[in-house]
Design a protein around this ligand. Structure first.
Ligand SMILES: *Cc1c(COP(=O)(O)O)cnc(C)c1O
Length: 394
């Protein structure tokens, strides 16, 4: 018999009732060190006092009015994002999928608005994840995601991850945009090199196509810059954001230049909840926190410490871990043991890691994790490695 909750998720037999910083606490009071942060969502930790205060204050005043009216919190959050990024304008959503959806629609509308309605194709990379809507799964294009959900939304072309020559061969007069995650998340923490990101920008410029970045997972401070593309010194035309921006409250955003957004006039797009007062109250507190002096530098500093420790563990347990990759506090441990076994051994050692493709477990701790908590994470991951190593012997 089907369960009351649609059985689409492989859930661990764990349930948490409370959180504090990078800690999650079960009903029976067991404390787990959370290196998953709700899949890069709780970027400022659980029950962050500043976010709780922002949410509580707004909850007492007004929850929701709809986008039929001015929403001061939404305007303030848009101003903050425009001031701190390449963008001139922002559309607010409730999720990463919706941010990607807006990005795809905007790119196509831009060309139709400018007399090139034939430019509809979006070039995407294999191994990508862009959400579970019909556009999102068509963009990712993997058999696993699209199978049985056809007809797949047309107009998506796919090239192998990192194959910029294939992009060059595919891009042309029918291309609306290239869409890429600067660091693939679900795909196994695979960063695109800075040189490749610059080449992608140049290929788009030469072809007159737009560059869409999906920074839903790698954005919002994850890599030690507010957005990952900043490391490469490029800017996109359109960018999908979500996950960390709400710190745990459902919120997403599609950021764009004025030019890319020129087709998105009155009535072209909308959302009932998108950018509502509660979500934006929290979003403002998140962006204000991350743009404070020293916040992002601290992410890079902690990343160095974490990464060095992880390299040490990988070196010490080569039968368990093949190495470390990623950027900032978006790190992947390449596994030589099955990923589900590593995740399970993590539960036994009371440390939470997140599975990804390509034999990788993801480490995505809250960005404000302390140095001593990083050391504690390393100690627990060493326990994980030791327990899996031991299994070989027995
Ligand atoms: C999580 C994710 C999405 C989808 O976001 P949802 O909030 O689950 O809709 C899209 N793109 C990337 C890169 C993601 O990591």
């Amino acid at each position: 018999m089907i369960t009351p909750v649609l059985p689409t998720y492989a859930r661990a037999p764990l349930s948490f009732v409370e959180g504090s910083g990078p800690w999650l606490i079960t009903e029976t009071g067991e404390r787990f060190l959370d290196l998953g942060a709700g899949i890069a969502v709780n970027a400022l930790g659980h029950a962050n006092p500043r976010l709780v205060a922002a949410l509580e204050a707004q909850a007492r005043r007004l929850w929701h009015t709809s986008n039929l009216y001015q929403i001061p919190n939404q305007q303030k959050l848009a101003d903050l994002l425009v001031d701190n990024t390449f963008a001139d304008t922002v559309f607010f959503t409730n999720s990463g999928t919706e941010s990607v959806e807006c990005a795809v629609k905007m790119a196509r509308k831009h060309f139709s608005h400018n007399g090139q309605p034939e430019r509809v194709e979006i070039i995407c990379f294999e191994g990508s994840f862009h959400g579970r809507s019909s556009a999102g799964i068509a963009a990712a294009g993997s058999e696993k995601m699209v199978k049985g959900f056809g007809p797949t939304l047309p107009g998506f072309r796919h090239v192998a991850w990192g194959d910029l020559d294939a992009v060059e061969a595919t891009i042309g007069d029918a291309t609306a945009a290239v869409m890429v995650e600067p660091v693939q998340g679900e795909g196994g923490i695979r960063p695109m090199s800075e040189a490749d990101l610059r080449r992608l920008r140049a290929l788009c410029d030469a072809a007159g196509a737009l560059l869409i970045l999906d920074e839903v997972q790698c954005g919002m401070g994850r890599t030690g810059k507010l957005f990952a593309h900043e490391w490469a010194g490029i800017t996109p035309d359109i960018m999908a954001v979500a996950k960390g921006i709400g710190g745990g409250f459902p919120l997403g955003a599609c950021l764009a230049t004025e030019k890319a957004a020129d087709g998105m006039g009155l009535g072209t797009h909308g959302s009932t909840y998108g950018g509502n007062p509660l979500a934006c109250a929290v979003g403002i507190a998140v962006v204000e926190t991350m743009t404070e002096d020293g916040f992002l530098d601290n992410v890079s500093r902690l990343s160095g410490r974490f990464r060095q420790g992880l390299e040490g563990i990988a070196g010490q347990f080569p039968d368990v871990f093949a190495g470390v990759r990623g950027s900032g506090l978006m790190l992947g441990l390449m596994c030589r043991k099955p990923v589900p076994d590593v995740v399970k051994a993590g539960y036994d050692a009371k440390v939470i890691v997140v599975p990804a493709a390509d034999n990788v477990v993801r480490l995505l701790p809250p960005l404000n994790i302390s140095e001593s908590e990083v050391d504690e994470a390393l100690a627990r991951l060493e326990t994980v490695a030791r327990s899996l190593q031991a299994e070989v012997v027995t």
